[in-house]
Design a protein around this ligand. Structure first.
Ligand code: DON
Length: 579
């Protein structure tokens, strides 16, 4: 759990610092647009991801003159090899990209429901959702978007040759890499699940059936060949031909519903970026099917005018108010959001200033508001998604959150060496009934062929005076949203330095179940007592989130790449090099 952060001196100070240090205030407002807001100045580049080899792969691409998108593509493919629980070819994700000239894009390469998917496909004979069916095995998989998404990102915005970006991943798959103690533990915990899938058993269980140990070398021959095919044929390798044919055959044999046409027709979508004006900063956030934009806008607006900075981040009043605001935002998220293709209303209505002003007025400090209905807390099984952040020397910035949903997704491996997602569980298998994260979602997130399930993944870019000031995101299902919120507040309201903003204790409240979860041993004793007295149900959890972030350090005039000390990622900062 050692946090590693390598820093190199940057040669320039890029902004008059005094101008940036002034306190800001002002209302939370937002707009949806392709954004052009002036140029950013660069100092070196930086990469932060959950796995050291992947961060090194991305930094190598930056050093060779690649831009932030090139580096992000290399990190994404490397993670598919070195972090197979979440990095992926068989999943999907979101990319926020801001060009050096200040244009921002949101590329949605999330999985879609197969053509054969039906609203009731996970209901049993009595109409009750079968949680195992939407989380385990081929039937739980949506049509993957990662390879096609990364390919199209490179086509639109990349600079280096495509094949160069795949080289680190191919090397890591074919030559293998030494696993960490954490990775060994992760693989060992899935021994039983892997043993039930012939491919996963072959690749992810040592041939002599023993347990994995720290330092063992994990070689993935089939995955290496698949990456070579992708290097050669680009997205076509995942649209048609032998890899798709074998994947579809395995899916059919395993009771899944993926078809060759699903792979051939998958398309990523460039969606609007939602810009939130807050605290003198601009936040660039992801719009539906991400719930990031709506959630952050609502919560920041609800908290406006509260003396949080005065109270501090450990204070019970701060925690309770944030919890009340996030519970209210989750109510709207779960009820109204989903794939915008299914909306019969403008989701921007959820950001109506009068609507949010009313919520602000009804916020009651030192008070617990119970939800309208209650539910037992579900077991929360998965903590595996992954976020990585990249900035380049010219000020380009990329935030990617990508996932298989559950740890190793549906826990089935395609014959070509990659795990399939279980993203179908992010739909409401039955509106009104909780999914694996305890999210009780509505009809706008019902299963329909070709639709994307609602997501909590929330990559964020922060601009200060028109330049990128922070890039971050996190895994954690619904806790992604509260984690991202807390990092924002820690840095920009409580004034914590980059490392402390990521390290600070986290908590989470999502409406249903009405519990405020906090990291065990990290809630202040007085706060615990006060929250308890106010009637707030509390529960402990080992840890929340895994934020891989890049911040601009105004005083030093340098990037700070921070890998969350909760896990074992790596942040690297490169010296100045203008491309
Ligand atoms: O898109 C979502 O909201 C989920 N599939 C994310 C899953 C996740 O973060 C798993 N745990 N870390």
């Amino acid at each position: 759990m050692k946090q590693r952060m390598l820093l190199a001196a940057a040669a320039v100070l890029w902004l008059p610092l005094a101008a940036c240090m002034q306190p800001h205030s002002g209302a939370v407002t937002g707009s949806v647009q392709p954004i052009a807001d002036g140029s950013a100045t660069g100092i070196g580049g930086a990469v932060a991801s959950s796995e050291a080899n992947a961060t090194v792969a991305g930094s190598g691409i930056l050093e060779r003159g690649g831009n932030a998108v090139d580096a992000a593509v290399a990190v994404g493919f490397a993670l598919a090899v070195t972090y197979p629980a979440a990095g992926n070819l068989g999943g999907g994700g979101f990319m926020l990209y801001r060009t050096p000239s200040g244009i921002s894009f949101f590329l949605d390469f999330r999985e879609i429901a197969p053509t054969a998917a039906r609203a009731d496909m996970y209901l049993d004979a009595n109409g009750i959702p079968d949680a195992a069916a939407s989380t385990r095995g081929w039937r739980a998989a949506g049509v993957p978007g990662s390879v096609i998404g990364l390919y199209q990102a490179h086509q639109k915005w990349g600079r280096l040759p495509w094949t160069d970006l795949l080289k680190p991943a191919i090397h890591l798959a074919e030559q293998g890499f030494h696993i960490t103690a954490r990775q060994a533990d992760s693989l060992n915990r899935q021994h039983l699940a892997f043993s039930q899938d012939p491919m996963a058993a072959r690749v992810m269980i040592p041939s002599d059936q023993r347990s994995w140990s720290e330092g063992d070398r994990l070689v993935q021959v089939e995955l290496g060949a698949t990456l070579r095919a992708i290097a050669e044929s680009g997205e076509d390798a995942m649209r048609k031909g032998p890899i798709v044919e074998r994947t579809v055959a395995a899916s059919i044999a395993g009771g899944g519903v993926l078809s060759a046409a699903d792979f051939a027709n998958y398309e990523p979508v460039v969606r609007p970026v939602h810009r939130i004006e807050w605290n003198g900063l601009a936040l660039l956030t992801a719009t539906p099917p991400s719930s990031g934009a709506v959630f952050l806008h609502q919560v920041l607006s609800t908290l406006e005018g509260q003396p949080l900075a005065e109270w501090g981040f450990r204070d019970a009043r701060t925690i309770q108010l944030i919890g009340e605001a996030t519970a209210a935002a989750f109510r709207d998220r779960n009820r109204y959001l989903g794939d915008p293709a299914g909306f019969d209303f403008q989701w921007e209505l959820l950001l109506d200033p009068a609507y949010l002003a009313e919520r602000r007025r009804s916020l009651r400090p030192e008070h617990y508001t119970p939800p309208a209905a209650d539910l037992p807390a579900p077991p929360i099984e998965s903590t595996e998604t992954t976020h990585f952040s990249v900035v380049d020397a010219n000020g380009g910035a990329v935030a990617v959150t990508t996932t298989l949903n559950g740890s190793y997704g549906a826990k089935v491996m395609a014959p070509d060496g990659f795990f399939l997602n279980n993203e179908m569980d992010d739909f409401a298998a039955q509106p009104g009934v909780a999914n694996q994260f305890g999210l009780v979602q509505g009809r706008y997130n019902a299963i329909a062929a070709g639709r994307r399930p609602l997501s909590s993944m929330s990559p964020v870019l922060v601009l200060r005076d028109g330049a990128v000031d922070a890039v971050f995101g996190s895994p954690g299902g619904p806790t992604i949203l509260t984690t991202v919120l807390q990092v924002l507040l820690n840095r920009y309201v409580f004034g914590l330095d980059p490392q402390a903003a990521v390290r600070a204790p986290r908590f989470h409240r999502q409406d249903l179940p009405p519990v405020l979860r906090f990291e065990a041993g990290r809630l202040d004793r007085h706060a615990n007592q006060a929250l308890d007295e106010w009637g707030q149900p509390l529960s402990r959890t080992p840890s929340i989130g895994d934020v891989n972030a890049i911040f601009r350090d105004l005083e030093a005039g340098e990037w700070r790449a921070v890998a969350d000390p909760r896990r074992s990622g790596l942040g690297l900062v490169l010296p100045l090099r203008k491309n």
